[in-house]
Write a protein that binds this ligand. Structure first.
Ligand code: AMP
Length: 271
């Protein structure tokens, strides 16, 4: 059945946008959609506009055959693999968005243009798929916040559903980029989750400033990891921590380089 036929009926359409090289993190989003919606659409599109690093784009893993098998097994109904011209038609200029403070920190600060490129593809995909629900992982927590803001700014009738981070057995957050790690890098990558869990454990007795110092130091146990940023931000608006306020959920966000591979992760530290 064509997507347009579903759209003309009363079916609830769920949408999971991805860049492919699928893993169980993606599958968990698909399963959430399958459980909540009548039709589940997954897109696979490696979006050049959101890569600020050309080599990152060139090296991004592509495993379409395996992706299709995983999607079928997960119960996905429709897979959309657009050509670049379908997303970015010639002569149509890219949109410029103003997300304000939320895009000035962390990924926005360290990857110039990233969220603008991401928002362009998400708006275009929403326009084509016209979902009622769209599922996004908390692994990319800042992306989730920007997408929520996009939906609000454009007044789109789409509910954004946040989905929990899915981790490997040792705690490393699943990511398409993990397969690019060497054996040694993969062994040390556990340092990210290890740091977050130790920070969480210590949060009952230590203040955020002390925890930041601890986190920086803890990475010395993992010499292959080069931290790019380690910081606290409030879960509701991603404002950087200034003074810790009780009862305002505070999260720790980490971005690191392991060789050529860039990984991010986060955890709710003070609830
Ligand atoms: P990507 O293919 O990396 O663009 O990710 C597509 C979607 O899957 C985004 O909403 C991500 O946040 C989500 N995602 C990626 N990795 C994970 C994970 N380990 N757990 C949960 N969601 C994830």
């Amino acid at each position: 059945m064509e997507l347009s036929a579903h759209l003309s009926t009363k079916s609830k359409v769920g949408f999971v946008p991805t860049m492919g090289a699928l893993h169980y993190g993606h599958v968990s989003l698909i399963k959430m959609s399958v459980n909540q919606c009548d039709v589940t659409v997954c897109s696979i599109f490696v979006n050049p506009a959101q890569f600020n690093d050309k080599n990152d784009l060139l090296n991004y893993p592509r495993t379409v055959e395996k992706d299709l098998e995983m999607l079928e097994q997960a119960g996905c109904d429709i897979v959309f693999i657009p050509e670049i011209e379908e997303i970015y038609p010639k002569n149509v200029p890219m949109q410029q968005y103003e997300f304000g403070a939320i895009e000035m920190v962390m990924e926005g600060e360290h990857r110039p243009g990233h969220f603008n490129g991401m928002a362009n593809v998400v708006q275009r995909l929403f326009d084509i798929v016209k979902p009622h629900y769209a599922f996004f992982g908390e692994k990319d927590y800042q992306q989730l916040c920007v997408v929520k803001q996009l939906v609000k700014m454009l007044n789109l009738p789409i509910t954004i559903v946040p989905c929990k981070i899915i981790r490997e057995k040792d705690g490393l957050a699943m990511s398409s980029r993990n397969m690019l790690l060497s054996e040694n890098e993969r062994a040390q990558a556990i340092g990210i989750y290890n740091t977050l869990t130790l920070v969480k454990q210590k949060s009952t007795i230590a203040r955020p400033e002390e925890l930041l110092v601890f986190a920086q130091k803890n990475f010395q146990n993992y010499p292959l990891i080069l931290p790019e940023y380690i910081q606290f931000a409030y879960a509701d608006n991603l404002e950087k921590l200034v003074v810790h306020e009780q009862n305002r959920p505070l999260m720790m966000f980490i971005a690191v380089k392991l060789g050529k591979v860039r990984l991010i992760d986060n955890m709710l530290i003070y609830e």
